[in-house]
Design a protein around this ligand. Sequence first.
Ligand code: GDP
Ligand code: MG
Length: 303
Amino acid sequence: MTQEHKFGMVALLGPPNAGKSTLMNAYLGQKLAIVTPKPQTTRNRISGILTRDDAQVVFLDTPGVHRLRGRMNRFLLDSAWNALASCDAVVLLFDAALYASKPQMFDKEAEPLIEPVRGCRRPVIVALNKVDKVKDKAQLLPFMQRIAEQFPGCEVMPLSALRSQGLDELLDRVLEHLPDGPPMFPEDQISTVPMRFLASEIIREKLFMSLRQELPYSTAVEIELFDESGPSVRIAAAIYASRKNHKGMIIGRGGQNLKLIGQQAREELEELLERKVMLELWVKVKEDWTEHPGFLRSLGLGE
Ligand code: GDP
Ligand code: MG
């Protein structure tokens, strides 16, 4: 008798900052999606492949769902809705610690998710993340009630993606909803997204972390060269700023900031690629790129 094997796609959906990327990275035991304390870090749909003896699960990490205008934000939302359309099950993640202290935030953050999730006709599990920060679990009760009203019939599970608590329990429930099927990817493949793209994400994370609050959203990274043919991997990347004065801030006094970004990104790229990396970074100005459809497409934002 052959052992039962499951294969399926699981969309990780939720408001910005709920911990979606942290959860996916925790399942993979490897950092694939970038995580920062700044909302709107995840721009594209990043996938991560978890391979076990009895199952292969493709997690689709998505940008947070929120109400924001502008062309780029529309692309971000489209990518979340595409994941919803192509998955077998949905994990809807919320920041339980936030609602424990500010219960009114739940309605605000859940509102843009209600209709699409109700209409998706897929199994949905609601995960209450960051319970490590909630001392008094009774604080969770008011919005658990709201969850039951807004997402009727969904299972609700507490977890801490950061502390890896409740992860096995959540995965067991998810697996129950996935169809039987053979693995679709080789066991050593960690993502369906090309390395080249993962590289640009790593650089973007270091860039984000180095900048002041308002700047990250108007910057982008494009890989211009990704050459694995030599003994080390050669990568050249352009960082796009939407204003001339931003370029100076990214480079920093005496080039210090850019140097630090390059150093941190190179170290992490070497870990991911398991090879020596030579990294070159350029800063270019492209005004108002967040509203330019062709340029957004060239960055893989939007279809
Ligand atoms: P995303 O926008 O939903 O992808 O959220 P991220 O995964 O980028 O996480 C946002 C922030 O929440 C980061 O600073 C994480 O370290 C933090 N975070 C994520 N999960 C947990 C958790 O279980 N507990 C705590 N205390 N913090 C978490
Ligand atoms: Mg994210």
